[in-house]
Design a protein around this ligand. Structure first.
Ligand SMILES: Nc1ncnc2c1ncn2[C@@H]1O[C@H](COP(=O)(O)OP(=O)(O)O)[C@@H](O)[C@H]1O
Ligand SMILES: [Mg+2]
Length: 359
């Protein structure tokens, strides 16, 4: 043990991921400051300084006040990131924030993906439809999340409308994968290159938004395959921190969908379900501390989309852990989540029905 002072950490963003990072920082004695806007939900746990994240000078001034910087969203302009003491590094974030670079990078690392093609014009889209076939999804290269910036195509006649709908910005066309399952793997890599993995997580989305995560997804072969893929990605990116990769399971194999260079919604269950949460391990990695054990027990997480259920109703279930991010209700918005030990079958079934059956 050394008595080195603990670093002060700046987070670009002040939403729920920053909030949960700040909660985890408490037990580590780390000081967290967020760059955001007044009223952002991380204010409940940390100081939030008003910073325009599109303004490189303002972000540089914010970074000056802390020892190291991390992110809660990859959708930050690459120009703003250069020259910051940033973990993970700007190259990793730059690849993860552009679906074309990301897919090419997966291929460079020997990881399969859905068939895809770059689309920069309506002509490109028509060509891509011929080479990839339909159904397919047109996705903006940048700034997409929770299914935003995506249009599904079933008929070549829909091309012009889809191109208009995405706003004519650079895109990729991706062939639709007829997957058996969606899973994710979350890993943390320390400054010394040590890696820990959580178990594979089974994820259920509706309308492009994560609804349910079930851990673990038990398949020793796929766990091994996924861990090998992430080991390779992490090393090639010289990555420090938590990385999440979403996969499709198709014909019994993994196809990479996308990666998130940060803590991930499918890992929220680790707060109660693992010896060390993804939030704590991210902070440990970037602060140069030893990584914590990822020993886990079976856990289920349900997202609350749009509104939080009343407290009195969740309180009726003793096995339930309620996380209310304190955000204003809005359709399609992630406002909180509920976590259950997997043994709480009745509570899980009740709440799954209650939260997600109306869609
Ligand atoms: N090529 C595809 N084939 C089948 N389903 C897809 C494909 N791409 C995306 N989806 C579905 O849409 C969801 C959201 O898409 P994703 O690319 O992960 O974007 P986001 O950044 O919004 O999470 C996925 O989790 C999956 O359910
Ligand atoms: Mg996704």
């Amino acid at each position: 043990m050394t008595n080195e002072p603990k670093p002060r950490i700046g987070i670009l963003g002040a939403g729920q991921l920053a909030l949960m990072l700040a909660q985890a920082a408490k037990s580590l004695g780390l000081d967290i400051v967020c760059a955001g806007q007044p009223g952002d939900c991380a204010e409940q746990e940390a100081r939030v300084l008003p910073v325009d994240l599109d303004d490189a000078a303002a972000v540089a001034a914010f970074a000056h006040q802390v020892d190291l910087v991390t992110i809660e969203s990859e959708n930050i302009h690459a120009d703003v990131l250069h020259g910051l003491p940033l973990y993970p590094n700007a190259r990793a974030i730059g690849i993860a924030q552009d679906r074309l670079l990301e897919k090419r990078f997966f291929h460079d690392c020997g990881i399969g993906t859905a068939p895809f093609a770059a689309v920069d014009s309506l002509d490109d889209l028509q060509e891509a439809i011929k080479s990839i076939g339909l159904p397919a999804i047109l996705k903006t290269r940048r700034m997409g999340y929770d299914g935003k910036g995506q249009v599904r195509l079933r008929d070549p006649e829909e091309a012009a409308a889809a191109w208009t709908e995405v706003g004519g910005v650079p895109c990729i066309l991706e062939g639709m994968v007829n997957f058996e399952n969606e899973v994710s793997l979350i890993a943390a890599r320390s400054r010394t290159g040590k890696i820990v993995f959580y178990p594979l997580i089974e994820n259920h989305h509706r309308e492009g938004i994560l609804r349910t995560s079930i851990a673990p997804f038990i398949d020793a072969t796929l766990q091994h395959e996924a861990e090998n893929y992430l080991t390779n990605l992490l090393a090639k990116l010289e990555y420090i921190g938590v990385l999440a990769v979403e996969f499709f399971v198709a014909n019994g194999h993994l196809l990479a969908n996308e990666m998130a260079p940060r803590v991930h919604n499918s890992g929220h269950w680790t707060i109660e379900g693992s010896a060390t949460s993804q939030f704590e391990n991210h902070l440990r990695a970037i602060a140069g501390l030893e990584l914590g054990s990822t020993l886990s027990h079976p856990t289920v997480m349900l997202n609350c989309i749009g509104t939080m259920p009343p407290e009195a109703e969740t309180a009726a279930y003793p096995g339930l852990f309620r996380h209310d991010y304190g955000k204003q209700p809005r359709p399609g918005r992630k406002v909180g989540h509920l976590t259950f030990p997997a043994t709480e079958r009745k509570a899980i079934a009740d709440w799954q029905h209650r939260l997600h059956a109306d869609l």
